[in-house]
Design a protein around this ligand. Structure first.
Ligand code: 6PG
Length: 242
């Protein structure tokens, strides 16, 4: 079930995401005792955290936080997705440090090793038996239709076995990154894209309506069938129907 929820403004999107994440977290914790989430970079952490960080109804002590993709930079670098999520969300809520899984900072000079290390970090929480099953993956799209660090035409998009892969020639700087792969993203219980602003409106239509499979974001199709788009009206303006 692909569902598009379009709201008048980006602030409305932030409020809706707060409601959605509080509910998804409560449901997962009631069922399994924890909430596992992967968060990507860009504008998404600010939108997702805007209201969530002050939501006292959310039991952040049961959250396990991973990154959908990470740039190979130190944790205090301005390009770090860890730093971004830390400042926007983690500094304001009580996720235990042992349940936060950033890239290993000692491996940022070697993206392939960093990706392997991230596999082991995933296995420490999800086990080695099968592909990790996140309760939620929170995703953004790039102007070229990329998601995480899976860029159109790049071999990482076709990765069928690894849970985490690396890239040294990312078209979006910085060039060295690690990223979750489509097998992991598509094994999530729920996948949620967040898109705001008119700058993404053409690409949003290309992905959701035209289903252009040359765009990696079009390839997100969780086995659970639960794929949600939280967008503002500026982003959805070119869709024929919402
Ligand atoms: C990263 C990302 C990337 C991002 C999109 C959307 O570069 O670290 O994780 O995939 O989510 O490029 O970014 P914006 O929301 O800033 O457009």
């Amino acid at each position: 079930m692909v569902q598009v929820f379009s709201f008048p403004t980006s602030d409305d999107v932030a409020q809706a995401l707060n409601t959605y994440l509080a509910q998804a977290s409560a449901t997962a914790i009631a069922t399994t005792g924890r909430f596992t989430i992967a968060i990507t970079g860009g504008s998404l952490p600010a939108t997702a955290s805007k209201y969530l960080k002050a939501n006292k109804a959310v039991d952040f002590s049961k959250w396990y936080v991973f990154w959908g993709d990470e740039r190979c930079v130190s944790h205090d670098h301005d390009d770090s997705n860890y730093k971004l999520v830390k400042e926007q969300l983690l500094d304001h809520v009580n996720v235990p440090a042992a349940q936060v899984f950033p890239i290993n900072p000692t491996l940022i000079g070697n993206p392939e090793e960093a990706a392997l290390d991230y596999h082991h970090q995933l296995a420490s929480v999800f086990g080695n038996g099968g592909v990790p099953e996140f309760d939620c993956v929170l995703l953004g799209i790039g102007p070229d239709g990329h998601l995480c660090s899976l860029f159109p035409g790049f071999p990482q998009v076709k990765e069928a076995d690894k849970w985490v892969t690396s890239i040294r020639d990312s078209p979006k700087p910085p060039p060295s990154r690690i990223t979750l792969t489509l097998p992991v993203l598509n094994n999530a219980k729920e996948a949620v894209f967040v898109v705001t602003g008119s700058g993404k409106s053409e690409m949003f239509k290309t992905i959701v309506e035209d289903k252009d499979t040359s765009k990696p974001s079009t390839l997100v199709a969780p086995k659970s069938g639960k794929l949600y788009w939280f967008v503002d009206d500026a982003a959805s303006q070119h869709l024929s129907a919402v």
